[in-house]
Design a protein. Structure first.
Length: 185
């Protein structure tokens, strides 16, 4: 056997080996992503806090892009749809319910008496996880959701002076939501 044949044989063996590794790696990635079912996330918030909800939504984009969550908010309701039915349906199927807390949330009859009340019922029944996200400083510790672990850490508001920036606070919130969404049932 000449040296050229030996070299060609070694190259062929290396190519087969590399192809196997690449195929095996891509198979594993495909298999892993097909087994990942995004956790559905529902935003309960007062419209006065919409800009902060949009900022949070941006910070959760990596979780969406990685297939960890799929999220819903009332601005996704299309023309002609019955808004209350759409909200109820999405609240009922959510795995994670974010209560975006502010004085505006607490003042909203719809947020406080309807969405929050149903969210806490589902939380208590083990059907969903409710996470209060403290957007703005307000009196919230004595509220029905006050017994739940809030985000950002230590229940410090996103807009409060405890953070160097809102981005830092929202990053803490996103990390906390990732932990909840990634937790096995």
């Amino acid at each position: 056997m000449c040296t050229k044949d030996r070299v060609d044989g070694l190259i062929l063996i290396k190519l087969v080996f590399i192809s196997f590794i690449v195929f095996r790696g891509s198979f594993s990635m495909t298999e892993a992503s097909s087994n990942l079912i995004p956790r559905s996330l529902f935003y309960s918030y007062a419209h006065e806090d919409e800009e902060l909800r949009i900022e949070l939504n941006k910070h959760l984009s990596l979780l969406r892009n990685q297939g960890i969550i799929s999220d819903w908010n009332d601005r996704m309701i299309l023309g002609g749809e019955e808004w209350e039915d759409e909200i109820d349906e999405n609240l009922e199927k959510a795995d994670i319910i974010l209560l975006l807390i502010s004085s505006s949330f607490n003042a909203s009859d719809y947020c406080y008496k309807k969405e929050m009340a149903r969210a806490l019922e589902r939380h208590k029944a083990g059907e969903a996880v409710v996470i209060p996200v403290i957007l703005r400083d307000c009196d919230w510790h004595s509220a029905p959701y006050g017994k739940l672990q809030a985000l950002p850490k230590d229940g410090k508001s996103v807009t409060g002076s405890s953070w160097h920036s809102k981005d830092e606070a929202f990053t803490d919130v996103a990390t906390g939501i990732r932990a909840v969404a990634s937790k096995k049932n």
